[in-house]
Design a protein. Structure first.
Length: 191
């Protein structure tokens, strides 16, 4: 999976750091699990304890070139491999959950219950299919909001968690998303 991760050379103007294997995000958010089953597909993409087991996962951070975060935006990138057909089910599950779930509570890795408001976001035109949504921690404005974007390439997904300290976080840079899709597609053809 690590060989399928983009590098800084693949995306001029951006710095890609990390590339470690492991499950989910890091920090307290890593073990978020929605308290409502209908919302679970929205907490799973960034959780170290997703409902669907992963075959492999690699994490990295993507920032604009220059100071860490550049304009204050940071994209956490998680590449996940699934068994046949499961990556499509992940994206379909997100789309279905967005029709029924607008908020959920979750216990984080520090044992605190947090509440999130959720709304659909515009998914990029990239990959085989994509879904995106905005999660806002309603009890901690200092954390800002995050846009979670999941792009499927064959049996893998690239999940981007875009955060900014204030304002609408938007989504991941399209150049980054397309470069990652191309690299995942190439890796699937040439394992």
């Amino acid at each position: 999976m690590r060989a399928a991760l983009i590098t800084s050379a693949d995306v001029p103007g951006y710095v890609v750091t990390g590339g470690a294997g492991g499950a989910g995000a890091s920090g307290p958010e890593a073990s978020l699990t929605a308290d409502r089953p209908v919302c679970r597909p929205l907490s799973d993409p960034v959780s170290s304890r997703p409902a669907r087991p992963l075959g492999a996962q690699v994490t990295a951070a993507v920032t604009t070139r220059g100071a860490l975060g550049g304009d204050g935006e940071l994209d956490l990138l998680l590449l996940s491999a699934y068994r046949t057909g499961e990556a499509a089910e992940v994206v379909g599950g997100i789309t279905a959950a967005l029709e029924k779930c607008r908020s959920f509570g979750a216990t984080d890795g520090e044992g605190r219950t947090r509440h999130f408001a959720v709304r659909p976001a515009k998914a990029p035109e990239a990959g085989d299919e994509a879904a995106a949504y905005v999660m806002a921690d309603t009890g901690d404005a200092a954390r800002g909001t995050a846009t979670v974007t999941v792009v499927r390439t064959g049996g893998s997904t690239a999940t981007y968690v875009t955060v900014k300290p204030s304002g609408d976080p938007g989504g991941p840079p399209l150049a980054v998303v397309r470069a990652q899709h191309a690299k995942l597609a190439e890796a699937a053809v040439h394992p």
